[in-house]
Design a protein around this ligand. Structure first.
Ligand SMILES: [Zn+2]
Length: 317
């Protein structure tokens, strides 16, 4: 990629059409920072960027470092089209709507009309390169967000540490599983540790409860599923992804309380203390012997040692 191309986009970034009125947060630069972060951590791999909960969550994370006002990702997601490198692609049947619509400001309408955006191809290639990416990021920060430079750079560093920890956890599956981990590479209480574990587990189960398949993700990126430890972290100190599973709030609680567990063949075991006869307990008993959702690769399945521990120590009989 020529330096001319980089210069061309640095100039475009400096000249975004933003509302500079006092008190108005710079929506467009914040959305571009969010896109850059998702490219960096591998969540955006193709030049088709949907208005996903991941993108909204990341945008809101940056937004909250700049202002207390309510964010609306629909505004920059739609209006960046006027800057020449951000192209909206309509869902089938909505092409005409996009031609005649002047503005869309509601997220629900935007998701109905727009399938994804793409960047100029040469810009997307630039952003795949770490040093070019950093130049573009620094330009956005220095031109539009100078007052918040430290906060935003801390946020970026934190995101990078979370991804590094996630990658470390994923690389551990090359080694045999051991239930106990004597040392954790980052402080136990660090939010980076729990966020990295969560990112790894959600990557494997796509925010879906392994037991009931519930999948609810709000447009702020909040989800009804937790990254649960099979042998609790306080006991095992072990964030190995094979000691983890994605569970909805109800099934996480039931699993931790020993009302459900998992068999050797990855089927749901229900505590005999739960009865079909009692009102509402059927919500657990009906799961008995159901096969759970598993990651694509067998290497990443919950570890047998961890499941055996859970059956022995937690399942109530
Ligand atoms: Zn569930």
């Amino acid at each position: 990629m020529s330096t001319d191309t980089l210069q061309k986009y640095l100039q475009k970034m400096k000249r975004l059409r933003v509302d500079r009125a006092h008190g108005v947060a710079p929506h467009k630069p914040l959305l571009l920072l969010a896109v850059i972060e998702l490219i960096e951590c591998g969540q955006i791999q193709e030049n088709e960027i949907p208005l996903s909960p991941d993108l909204a969550e990341t945008f809101i994370k940056y937004w909250s470092k700049v202002t207390n006002r309510r964010p609306n990702i629909a505004l920059p997601f739609f209006h960046l089209k006027s800057d020449g490198f951000w192209h909206l692609h309509a869902n089938d049947g909505y092409e005409k709507v996009l031609e005649v619509t002047e503005r869309i400001t509601a997220i629900s309408r935007l998701r109905e009309v727009i399938a994804y955006v793409s960047l100029d191809d040469d810009l997307f290639v630039l952003l795949a390169d770490p040093s070019n990416r950093e130049m573009i990021r620094q330009t956005l920060i220095c031109v539009y967000l100078l007052d918040f430079k430290d906060r935003i750079e801390n946020l970026i560093a934190e995101g990078q540490q979370i991804t590094e920890y996630e990658q470390l956890l994923m690389s551990e599956v090359g080694h045999p599983f051991s239930p106990q981990k004597p040392t954790v590479p980052i402080p136990e209480e660090s939010p980076i540790r729990s966020a990295g574990f969560r990112q790894a587990i959600m990557g494997l189960y796509d925010y879906t409860c392994a037991v009931c398949r519930l999948r609810i993700v709000t447009m702020d990126g909040e989800s009804a599923t937790d990254a649960a430890h099979i042998i609790p972290f306080r006991v095992s100190k072990n964030d190995d992804v094979r000691n983890g599973i994605s569970l909805c709030k109800l099934h996480h609680w039931s699993f931790d309380k020993g009302l459900i567990s998992l068999s050797k063949t990855y089927q749901v075991l229900v505590s005999p203390l739960m009865s079909d006869q009692r009102p509402t307990e059927w919500r657990l008993t009906e799961l008995r012997d159901k096969s759970i959702l598993l990651p694509e690769r067998e290497q990443l399945y919950p570890a047998q040692d961890a499941l055996a521990w859970h059956r022995e120590e937690v399942l109530r009989r």
